[in-house]
Write a protein that binds this ligand. Structure first.
Ligand code: DUC
Ligand code: ZN
Ligand code: ZN
Length: 472
C-alpha cells in the first residue's frame, strides 16, 4: 500500500519566504511531507524542476451577486470557480451582499443557496454591510463573525451601498470589538455625483468619461477619510482596489504614522489605463469600466513599486463579470448607455495569477516569494484562512500550482469564465498554470478542467492573523 495518495517529484517549491527543491507528498488532501527522494505514491507527477506555488486565494471577486434587472453577473459559483481553478486559484472569497432593508442573515442564507452544490474549489464569504441597523450591529454581525464570516466590505460610494461617516465608525467599532477585518471601497460619492451631473449636462456620457467622473482625488480624499476613521476607532482596515499614486501616498502616510492600514490592488491597475475606456466616444471602452477606473500609464509604475516594496498586502482580481453583448451586461436593455448606467466591473479571476507571474516574476519586477505572499499567503492571513490555505507546508491543504513557462498570446477563447471578452485580449504572456491541485485532486492539467461541481467546500474562517496577538 503506497504511503501517499500523490507525490509531486522534483518541485522547485516557493513559499512567501523561501525557494527550495523537494518532493511534495499528499495524503487525504493535505501536504504530509516535504523531502528528498520520498517513497512512491499511488499517483506521481514529475514537476521536473518547475516552480510549484500555493494555489491562489482570490480574496476579492464577485460571483452571482444580485443586481437590478436586467443586469446580471455572468459568472456564478459553477463557472466562476471553474475559471478560477484553470487560472491557478484554489480558494475564492466572494461577497454575501446585504441590500438596504434586508437582514444580514438573510443575505448570507441567500448566498449559500446561490453557491449550492456548484463550487469546484473551496470558498468563503465576505459580508457587504449596506444597512448597519442596531440589530445588524448589535446582534447579526457579532454572531456572524463568531460563525466564521470574519471580514466585511463597506462602501463610501454607490447609492445602494454607501455608508456615511457615522455608520462607518459604527461598523469599525464592531470590527474592533470582535477582531474582524473591514475592507473599504474608498471613493467620495458626492464628488462623483457632482462631476457626473456636470459631464452629463455637457453631453459627455461616453464610457471614457467614467474616468473623468472618478479622478484620483476622489479616491485620495476617501482613502484619507477611511484612514482617519480607522485611527479614531483604533482598528486595522484594508483599502481595496487601490488604483494609483494619490491613494498610495495616503497609505504610505498612514504606515509612516504607525497605523495598521493594509491595501489591496488588482491587475487592472497594472495592465490597463484610462485610454482603454476609449480615446473617442465609441462604446467599446465599456468593457473596461470599473471603479476606481484605470489611471495613467505612469500610475502603473507606482502600483508595481507598491507591490515590490510591501505597500500592498494582497493582490486580488476584483472579478465583477458582465458580458459586453446582450441586455444583461455592459449594454443594459441592449442599448449603449451613458456611463452612469454601465455596470462597473471587469473579469479577471482566471488571468490574475498568470498576469502577475508572467509580467511580475518573469519580468524581474517581483520575486517568486513576493508573488506567493501577495496572491496566496497574505490573503489567507488577512481573512483567517492561514495556514490551511495559502501555505506550502506540512498540514496545509494540498492546493498547489505547477507553472508552465512558455510564450503565448492570450485570447478570450482560452478562458473558462462566462464573459464574452477579456480586457487582456492579445497580450503576450510567458506563463500559465500547467497544473492546479485542489486538496490533492487535479482540477486543471494545463489543457482540460477535470474538477467536479460540489467538490468545493465552504470555509468557516478564523480571525485575521496578519498582526501579532498576545497569547496568554
Ligand atoms: N467596483 C467595485 O467596487 N466592485 C465591483 C467592480 C467594480 O468595478
Ligand atoms: Zn469596491
Ligand atoms: Zn469589488
Amino acid at each position: 500500500m503506497p504511503a501517499f495518495d500523490l507525490l509531486i517529484r522534483n518541485a522547485r517549491a516557493v513559499t512567501a519566504s523561501d525557494i527550495f527543491y523537494c518532493d511534495i507528498a499528499v495524503k487525504d488532501g493535505q501536504i504530509v511531507q516535504l523531502g528528498r527522494d520520498l517513497p512512491s505514491a499511488a499517483m506521481e507527477i514529475d514537476a521536473a524542476g518547475r516552480y510549484v506555488t500555493p494555489g491562489g486565494v482570490d480574496a476579492h471577486c464577485h460571483l452571482d451577486q444580485p443586481e437590478a434587472p436586467p443586469i446580471k453577473m455572468a459568472d456564478d459559483f459553477f463557472t466562476g470557480t471553474l475559471s478560477a481553478a484553470c487560472g491557478g486559484s484554489t480558494t475564492v472569497i466572494p461577497f454575501a451582499a446585504q441590500q438596504k432593508g434586508q437582514s444580514l442573515r438573510a443575505a448570507v442564507e441567500d448566498y449559500h443557496r446561490r453557491a449550492g452544490n456548484q463550487a469546484h474549489i473551496d470558498y468563503a464569504f465576505h459580508l457587504i454591510v449596506s444597512d448597519p441597523t442596531p440589530t445588524v450591529l448589535g446582534e447579526e454581525l457579532p454572531a456572524l463573525i463568531r460563525e466564521g464570516y470574519t471580514s466585511f466590505k463597506i462602501y463610501m460610494t454607490y447609492d445602494s451601498l454607501k455608508l456615511n461617516d457615522g455608520q462607518i465608525l459604527d461598523v469599525l467599532s464592531v470590527a474592533r470589538e470582535h477582531g474582524a477585518m473591514v475592507m473599504i471601497h474608498a471613493e467620495n460619492a458626492d464628488c462623483i455625483e457632482w462631476l457626473t451631473q456636470r459631464l452629463e449636462a455637457s453631453g459627455k456620457t461616453a464610457p471614457r468619461y467614467h474616468a473623468h467622473a472618478r479622478p484620483m482625488l476622489v479616491e485620495r480624499e476617501a482613502t484619507h477619510r477611511a484612514i482617519a476613521l480607522g485611527e479614531l476607532v483604533d482598528v486595522p482596515i484594508l483599502i481595496v482596489h487601490v488604483s494609483g499614486s494619490d491613494a498610495v501616498e495616503q497609505i504610505r502616510w498612514a504606515r509612516a504614522h504607525g497605523l495598521n492600514v493594509f491595501a489591496e490592488t488588482c491587475p487592472q491597475y497594472l495592465f490597463l489605463s484610462a485610454e482603454d475606456l476609449g480615446l473617442d466616444d465609441s462604446y467599446g471602452g465599456a468593457r473596461c469600466v470599473c471603479s476606481p477606473p484605470p489611471r495613467s500609464k505612469a500610475n502603473q509604475q507606482v502600483i508595481w513599486q507598491g507591490l515590490a516594496d510591501g505597500l500592498f498586502t494582497v493582490f486580488s482580481s476584483d472579478h465583477a463579470p458582465f458580458r459586453f453583448e446582450g441586455e444583461d451586461g455592459k449594454k443594459p436593455g441592449n442599448k449603449e448607455q451613458p456611463f452612469r448606467h454601465i455596470p462597473n466591473g471587469i473579469p479577471g479571476l482566471e488571468t490574475r495569477m498568470a498576469l502577475l507571474w508572467s509580467e511580475g516574476v518573469m519580468a524581474g519586477l517581483i520575486t517568486p516569494q513576493k508573488f506567493v505572499e501577495l496572491t496566496a499567503t497574505n490573503p489567507a492571513k488577512t481573512y483567517g484562512l492561514h495556514p490551511r490555505k495559502g501555505s506550502l507546508s506540512i498540514g496545509a491543504d494540498a492546493d498547489l500550482v505547477i507553472w508552465d513557462e512558455r510564450e503565448f498570446v492570450l485570447t478570450n477563447s482560452m478562458l473558462h469564465h462566462n464573459v464574452d471578452y477579456t480586457p487582456y485580449e492579445g497580450m503576450r504572456l510567458s506563463a500559465w498554470p500547467g497544473l492546479t491541485l485542489s486538496r490533492g485532486e487535479v482540477v486543471w492539467d494545463g489543457m482540460t478542467f477535470t474538477g467536479k461541481p460540489g467538490a468545493g467546500q465552504f470555509l468557516k474562517r478564523g480571525l485575521p492573523t496578519l498582526l501579532p496577538r498576545r497569547c496568554k
